[in-house]
Design a protein around this ligand. Structure first.
Ligand code: SF4
Ligand code: SF4
Length: 337
């Protein structure tokens, strides 16, 4: 016997979590854009989406956020930290690739400096993932050693029932267990069969990709120019990626007072590596594309033991010139045949 969350009790579930002090965020469709937003009713949730266009990363590492207020006096500087307030949040209906994305980024934000802005939000969030039963031509989780029902980064895993009446529920962490407390009277025992998970084909050989990237001869290969010639450097692939984490720090204010902000940045932009002297060590789009691939499948693994990609496919799905990462990784796989 396993625990079942009946679909027709989802509103009661939301109400119970809200009474326990949680905000509930779920996939929401807004005109042309889908993303995670706070919801009060189940009818506002878009749980049928293969994947939201924006990732849940936006809620942990916002596109722009104030870090400190500063005020420069005659002999002194006052600073005031602007750490986000405590806010307990449930993210309901997260896809396994997005949940994995958070887990992939955790070591980065806790590395040489612990980023409290990230961890305060992480520590107060419970990730309720729904295993995928559908996929599209861009999904590639199975190519990066994950799967449509991967549990990485999740606190609770929901598996859709074959008859569509609800989900099988599995707590994966203490936080997940605690979240099920307020809805214990809503959950029922059952042995209903679960639906098959989506079938996501392996689209490239990640081991071959990693081996080729680790070869010093690959760095100067003409491959990079050929494969990236279409890239217009728009940065969409980085901004929509659940694992991309580059940012820039800017001060906004006048000579005496202001706010220091953390803003997303992208390795696709020429300004990303521009030196004050005017020299740019990555002065072509191909060197910038090489950096993106090397970072995700070589450097990040070297530092944290994991690739910086959860296989969501957004970078390919949303690329305005129909490029993205899959084509590059397939081409590298073919190079090494
Ligand atoms: S690969 Fe596509 S989405 Fe990424 S920067 Fe280039 S054009 Fe933009
Ligand atoms: S690199 Fe592309 S496929 Fe991988 S996690 Fe980022 S957006 Fe998704």
């Amino acid at each position: 016997m396993t625990r079942i969350l009946p679909k027709n009790r989802l509103d009661d579930c939301i109400a119970a979590w809200r009474s326990a002090g949680f905000s509930v965020l779920a996939p929401v469709r807004r005109s042309d854009l889908s993303r995670f937003e706070e919801v009060e009713r189940s009818e506002d949730m878009a749980l049928d989406l293969v994947l939201t266009e924006r990732t849940i990363k936006d809620h942990f590492f916002p596109q722009t956020e104030p870090l400190i207020k500063y005020s420069i006096k005659k002999h002194d500087i006052d600073t005031q930290e602007m750490v986000p307030p405590e806010r307990k949040r449930v993210f309901f209906g997260v896809r396994p690739c997005d949940a994995s994305g958070l887990a992939i980024d955790d070591p980065l934000f806790g590395w040489d400096y612990r980023d409290e802005y990230w961890f305060k939000r992480r520590d107060n969030a419970v990730i309720v993932t729904i295993a995928c039963t559908t996929s599209d031509d861009f999904c590639m989780c199975s190519s990066v050693n994950l799967s449509p029902d991967s549990t990485k980064g999740s606190d609770v895993m929901l598996r859709p029932l074959q008859n569509g009446s609800g989900w099988q529920v599995e707590a994966l962490s203490d936080r997940g267990n605690a979240l099920l407390g307020p809805i214990s009277s809503i959950l029922k025992e059952g042995s209903d069969a679960t639906a098959s998970t989506a079938s996501v084909p392996v689209r490239f050989d990640v081991d071959k990709v990693m081996a080729w990237l680790a070869d010093p001869a690959s760095f100067e290969s003409h491959f990079w120019k050929e494969i990236s010639v279409r890239c217009i450097g728009c940065g969409s692939c980085t901004f929509l990626c659940p694992t991309c984490h580059c940012f820039d720090i800017q001060d906004e204010g006048d000579t005496y007072t202001g706010i220091r902000r953390k803003n997303w940045d992208s390795c696709s932009f020429p300004m990303f590596t521009m030196h004050t002297s005017g020299h740019n060590p990555r002065n072509t789009q191909s060197t910038r594309w090489r950096q993106r691939i090397m970072h995700k499948f070589n450097y990040y693994r070297g530092k944290f033991g994991v690739n910086s990609c959860s296989g969501c496919g957004r970078c390919t799905r949303q690329c305005p010139v129909d490029m993205g990462i899959t084509e590059t990784l397939q081409a590298i796989t073919n190079l090494t045949k």
